[in-house]
Design a protein around this ligand. Structure first.
Ligand code: FFO
Ligand code: GTP
Ligand code: MG
Length: 458
């Protein structure tokens, strides 16, 4: 347990209805009590109760703020230490004054993430849960949020712990064999190790399979809307965002720069990039825009190639289609509310039907077909929900791959009848890599690095 008591403003700085200052540590109650006047002294109140009162300057009793104070005694608290929260009126001056009086009273200003770090160091949560707290704060879609919430709740930890348990059993079995080496036991042991390692390997493979999807669901699929001018790219962005985010006019070359917007289409988060219409142009500004469209295409996970169904495909569009058809591209035949003058059958010969979507961005028609097409392209038609635990953190993916490689070596070692203590080393390595995921025996510098990504007061 930490010896000092920390304090920080836990809510965003600026004007707001209420602001919260959080204090944690062995002297949390004492520090706040010195500067708080209420009917019942804080040291006498029951845990998890709220008191009304005033924050005062302890030197002269002068009132600084009206506040509500919550006392949560450790170990049943966010940090597992005594935690006291002061809710005051949400203004910059008020919050600063209250924090100052608490710092004068013996608290130290917390570092970013220090509350959550203490929850980890005190064993209330493990590293995957702490990391999920950052994901929770940063999530930009419902889906990303619920993945993170599940991880905060310990779903991933439980999986990793159960795999480690399997490996510990395996190591125990090997240990017995090293101590009492008899031939018949050895054969049995080999079969046992093999089975356990293969089981663990399969489970890791399954977790890694969710990794790519997890990343997309968490960060959003980077989606470039491209096409020649005036086909309705900005209209599509606006329709999907349900907002007039981008300027729409009937003048070709309206959009000059890349416009970004986060949207959710059928539960899938997209980071949409509306781009300048691609064409040869002598306008300097527009030409830079076209270059940016090109680089958006290069880095996108998904390309929505928009054409106008009301006119035939131009030569430029023909060649763009050729260029994009081997990428993750969906061809959007827009303006279906108007007469069709594009050659649909020619398009169907060039792209599979599930990658061609007819819609009207203006009328908002056909959007559910786009949802389906995106779902099919990225999640084989179904986004798994419910039971599945998505692994989406690069640190976790890296460690799972290392654990996988060690298990592979153990299995090969068994097959090659390697000395059993050599196999033991591989199994132990796998166990250690998995341990690093949940924060068993990780270095202080890694811990500092992880928690420094947090906001102040978290
Ligand atoms: N005011 C306030 N709101 C908040 C938080 C907070 O710290 N303060 N949280 C923080 O980010 C989140 C809630 N997270 C929390 C997680 C665990 C505990 C806690 O006290 N856990 C105890 C169990 C308490 C009980 O069961 O009664 C424990 O695990 O022992 C508190 C908050 C979101 N809202
Ligand atoms: N009838 C019809 N008109 C549309 C549709 N979508 C867009 N438009 C019209 O087409 C014109 C161009 O739309 P924009 O969304 O600005 O096209 P853009 O592709 O972003 O054009 P640039 O930014 O110039 O590259 C506007 O007049 C829109 O109202 C549609 O589905 N049906
Ligand atoms: Mg536009």
């Amino acid at each position: 347990m930490a010896e000092d008591t920390i304090a920080a403003i836990a809510t965003p700085l600026g004007e707001g209805g209420i602001a919260v200052i959080r204090v944690s540590g062995p002297d949390a109650v004492g520090v706040v009590e010195k500067a708080f006047r209420s009917k019942t002294k804080l040291s006498q109140v029951e845990s998890h109760t709220v008191q009304y009162g005033h924050v005062v300057n302890p030197a002269d009793g002068e009132r600084i703020e009206e506040a509500l104070v919550t006392v949560m005694r450790g170990p049943r608290s966010y940090t597992a230490e005594d935690v006291v929260e002061v809710s005051c009126h949400g203004g910059i001056v008020s919050v600063k004054k209250v924090l100052d009086v608490l710092l004068d009273g013996g608290a130290r200003l917390a570092e970013p993430g220090e509350f959550t770090k203490r929850a980890f160091l005190n064993g209330r949560i493990d590293l995957t849960q702490a990391e999920a707290v950052i994901d929770l704060i940063r999530s930009k879609s419902d889906r990303a949020f619920s993945i993170a919430l599940k991880q905060v709740d310990g779903a991933l930890s439980r999986k990793v712990k159960s795999l480690r348990h399997t490996l510990v059993e395996t190591m125990a079995h090997i240990e017995v064999n090293i101590d009492y080496p008899e031939h018949d036991v050895e054969e049995l042991t080999n079969a046992f190790i093999r089975e356990k390692c293969e089981f663990a390997l399969g489970a890791i493979d399954e977790m890694l399979r969710t990794a790519e999807q997890g990343k997309l669901l968490r960060e959003g699929i980077e989606t470039a809307i491209v096409g020649k001018p005036n086909v309705g790219k900005s209209s599509l962005l606006n329709t999907l965002a349900q907002d007039n985010r981008a300027i729409v006019t009937d003048i070709p070359g309206t959009t000059r720069d890349v416009i970004e917007e986060y949207v959710t289409v059928g539960g899938i988060p997209l980071k949409l990039l509306d781009t300048a219409g691609i064409r040869e142009t002598s306008d300097v500004v527009e030409r830079i825009g076209v270059e940016r469209s090109r680089s958006a295409i290069a880095s996108a996970d998904l390309i929505l190639f928009v054409v106008n169904g009301n006119e035939p495909l131009s030569d430029e569009e023909e060649s763009l289609l050729e260029e994009l058809k081997d990428r993750q591209t969906i061809l959007i035949v827009n303006k279906m509310d108007l007469a069709t003058h594009i050659q649909m059958d020619a398009l169907y010969r060039r792209l599979p039907a599930e990658r061609i979507v007819r819609l009207s961005a203006k009328e908002g028609e056909g959007l559910e077909r786009l949802e389906k097409a995106i779902g099919a392209l990225f999640f084989s038609g179904k986004i798994e929900s419910g039971d599945i635990t998505y692994v989406s953190n690069v640190r976790h993916i890296h460690l799972l791959k290392k654990a996988r490689a060690s298990l592979q070596e153990a299995i090969e070692g068994v097959a090659a009848l390697m000395p059993i203590d050599m196999v033991q080393i591989d199994v132990r390595n796998a166990w250690e890599h998995l341990g690093e995921m949940i924060g068993d025996a990780v270095s202080d510098s890694l811990i500092d690095q992880i928690f420094s990504q947090f906001c102040l007061g978290k």
